[in-house]
Ligand binder design. Structure first.
Ligand SMILES: Nc1ncnc2c1ncn2[C@@H]1O[C@H](COP(=O)(O)OP(=O)(O)OP(=O)(O)O)[C@@H](O)[C@H]1O
Ligand SMILES: [Mg+2]
Length: 395
């Protein structure tokens, strides 16, 4: 959306620049008055023309920025808002100054401001005037409606993602119970053993101490399972952090371990040697991996047991993209199904919701990534996603 707009603004800048260039310096503005006002009055955005010092020399009718009228200095006005406490003021001033100094060939900036009733969003684009004397054209737009729509879309995505996460977890309940049962059973038998030791005439305290340590460890293990679940069921705002995709995938594979066992599916994990650091929301990315793994296992429900293998692979491509693929040996993607897979509510499963892949795609889009599916040469399908690598270390 911004690109064509910036192009349009550049056109306005060029018209102004040539109008100014064609006339003598001192009466440049006066001589081009007719053209200038014709252009300015036709604009629905707030537009202002600055000279090379940042002084406003002309504004459109819809330019209604308080305290920024013809004759005043726009860069100074932003610096003043910074001094008055607006944190974005100095960024804006620096961006405009950089365009005026021809250090940058455009500057785009979005910021919020409170009007008396509500918070509003504004977008500002600055492009240079292409004339010897320099200067710039500023366009100022109220983008509150678009921002609200974005926020609403983000909220619905989060709610839907949460909803499907909860239902996936519901489906996994049996295997999670199994996962919890292991440490609980170990705690029970250790506690019984300790009691027997205590019944002895001369209890072996060393042995009892080691039994108690085992109990503590098992308790921690159970706690971790519950913690992981809580985390996944949490209904939270998106939280972007730097994380290692390899570690994240190991966690999800572990979480699904008992489910795989019950379904007699072997999981084969092949992770890249180097950490794959990406910026993302941990829970959302876990959900993508979870969806792909559950789908892969579902796809092999009718395969002979020995063929039920899911291979998860992570790799670094071109040094800048992390790619994760989940390969199964099921029936693969059916003819004509390719375009439907990622559509909401498309499912071929009796109890499916058809939301897994559609949610995964919107999560990937929000992370600047891609998700796609291909059939394997021999049999089965491979679902992959890719997203940009970041510099830094996982938090
Ligand atoms: N690995 C796979 N192999 C073959 N077909 C698949 C695979 N993964 C997904 N599909 C097809 O894509 C459809 C949509 O998958 P999606 O995950 O969006 O929904 P679902 O698994 O049916 O339901 P849920 O909302 O519970 O995830 C599936 O019903 C299935 O037909
Ligand atoms: Mg699914």
């Amino acid at each position: 959306m911004r690109e064509p707009f910036a192009g349009w603004l550049r056109l306005v800048a060029e018209v102004f620049a040539s109008a100014l260039e064609r006339t003598a310096m001192e009466d440049a503005l006066r001589a081009s008055e007719g053209m200038k006002s014709a252009i300015l009055s036709s604009l629905s955005n707030g537009v202002a023309v600055l000279d090379s010092d940042g002084t406003i020399v002309a504004v459109s009718q819809s330019w209604t920025i308080e305290g920024a009228t013809v004759g005043s200095n726009y860069v100074t006005a932003w610096r003043e808002t910074a001094r008055a406490g607006a944190s974005h003021g100095s960024d804006a001033a620096a961006g405009i100054a950089a365009v005026l100094a021809r250090e940058r060939d455009s500057f785009a900036f979005e910021y919020t401001a409170r009007d008396p009733t509500a918070e509003r969003w504004y977008s500002m684009v600055v492009v240079p005037l292409n004339q010897p004397d320099g200067g710039a054209v500023i366009s100022h737009t109220d983008v509150t409606e678009r921002k609200r729509a974005e926020v609403n879309a983000q909220r619905s995505r989060q709610e839907l993602a949460h909803f499907t996460r909860v239902s996936t977890m519901g489906a996994l309940a049996a295997s999670l119970a199994h996962e919890l049962n292991q440490p609980l059973a170990a705690i029970l038998s250790n506690a019984q053993a300790a009691r027997r030791f205590l019944d002895a005439a001369r209890p072996d305290l060393g042995e009892i101490r080691s039994i108690l340590s085992d109990i503590v460890e098992d308790d921690k293990r159970a706690g971790k399972v519950i913690e992981g679940l809580r985390e996944l069921l949490r209904k939270g705002e998106t939280e972007v952090e730097l994380l290692d995709l390899n570690a994240l995938i190991r966690d999800v594979v572990k979480l699904l371990g008992s489910d795989a066992l019950i379904r007699r599916v072997r999981m084969h994990l092949d992770v890249a040697a180097e950490p794959l650091i990406v910026a993302g929301d941990r829970i959302q990315l876990q959900q993508v991996v979870l969806n792909l793994l559950v789908n892969a296992m579902d796809a092999m429900a009718d395969c002979p047991t020995e063929e039920r293998v899911v291979s998860v692979q992570t790799e670094l491509c071109n040094g800048q993209t992390a790619r994760v693929s989940v390969q199964d040996a099921g029936p693969g993607i059916l003819t004509g199904q390719h375009d439907l897979l990622f559509e909401p509510f498309y499912t071929t499963k009796p109890t499916g919701m058809g939301m897994g892949l559609s949610i995964s795609r919107s999560i990937m889009e929000a992370h600047g990534g891609l998700i796609w599916a291909t059939n394997n040469p021999a049999r089965g399908a491979t679902f992959s996603f890719a997203m940009p690598i970041r510099n830094g270390t996982a938090t």
